[in-house]
Write a protein that binds this ligand. Sequence first.
Ligand SMILES: [Zn+2]
Length: 266
Amino acid sequence: MNRRRLTLVLAAACAGSLALAAVAAPGGAQPPAAEDQTWRERAAEGEIPCNEQVPQDFLVRASWSTRAYMERDEIRERREVHQRAIRFRTENYGFFEGFGLPAWNSTRPLDNAVGLRLFDRPIRLNRRVVDAARCVEQEIARTCTDDYQPGRLSGIRDRNTYHNGEVSNHVYGIAIDLDPRENTCCNCVKEWRLHPLCQATPESIFERMIMPRCWVEGFEKYGFYWLGHDRLMDTMHFEFLGDPEHILQSSGPPPHMSDPRGPSAD
Ligand SMILES: [Zn+2]
């Protein structure tokens, strides 16, 4: 190395160390490197422009589930709503064998599944609802002050877990369970009724789970329906029943939210 070259190298090294010193100078207050950030810090800094939306009525389980005491006409009407809900899910998320027609969608939900980390946990969801899940994560990171950390998430499944003619939103990849052992489902199967949180008679459904209420509100703001409201009392379970074409503001407001008769006028 000649003398001139050595001088240049030293100058460059010196400039580099000065630059490092400048970054580290203000009392160690520099932002943490990306790998040191918690998911809450990362998500809170996000700038995802999300549309707020409520679930579409005809997709909500309580709109079409039938009970033995119902009149025949009501049961018929509810079955029609159920068929409409199956068609919507098939067209948007994929055809699941046994429900609807393959002509409505040439793909299966599993063809549309993607893996991601949500709340720092792995999950597989239908790609069409990933932005909605990110909107929820951003909202929770910004507004919930608890330290709840889900241990396990459950997303898309290849089998239908209902045995009564219904199809679970998990097969479409649009449902998310959080901590399926700790957030209870007291009316799902009789084993759950032995759980301490199911045996007690709490003042509200929010006391039948370990998840904070703030998380439910975060999900509900962006089109997810919480099955804690259902008579199943499935507190671990959220399903995206909003409009997948209008999750982001860049796609315009969801039609069911901009209807002047209000979101419930279906
Ligand atoms: Zn579930």
